[in-house]
Design a protein around this ligand. Sequence first.
Ligand SMILES: [Zn+2]
Length: 229
Amino acid sequence: MHKLIRGIARFREESTPGQKTLFAQLALGQRPDALFVCCSDSRVALNVFASTEPGDLFVVRNVGNLVPYCDAYGVSTSDRSEAAAIEFAVNNLRVRDIIICGHSECGAMQALLSGLENVPWPNLKSWLAAAHPALARCRAGEEIDPGLSEVNRLSQLNVIEQASHFLTYPFVRERVDSGELSIHAWWFDIARAEVIGYDPRLKRFKLVDDWAEQMALTGACIGRPAAGS
Ligand SMILES: [Zn+2]
């Protein structure tokens, strides 16, 4: 707690006039560029690796970066928190991009591999069940990158799987189909401090760069294959 409290005091004393102006403007409203869903893991330092500023991203963090799919009535089949955030970001904030970002050495993915019957806490056990489809894909031998450890392979399959769950929400599907919304699956490699993104045309991850922006612009995002592909 010491470091945290000293950090708050330091910011109060040392924040620049520009930072104060930015927050004063943000108090009037937010217009984030994207909905960003990532794991609660403390190492997923999104403001650092994405060089973001306050107000840039509408963020949902949870254990394992999971997005429970919805039922036939558009209601989440698990915790409602994620679905509520998706509804608000897409329908009210009108974000044009949704990014789901997994990461290497994810403890949630390790727990899945070890078997949820070994998780002693009922809420965590129940929550992680939303990642079972990814575990099934991993067990079936679906390959992403042969050089990956099993936990990282599951983690990459999970981010692709969870990205597809957004599309079960009818209002998301509608906006993706009309080209107003793009869904992206990214993955943070902690040891390399690098973010890679899934290219659905090549069915593999590669360093996030201009191609990821082009992918959205040309309509080749997840759930909306480019014309002719
Ligand atoms: Zn994690």
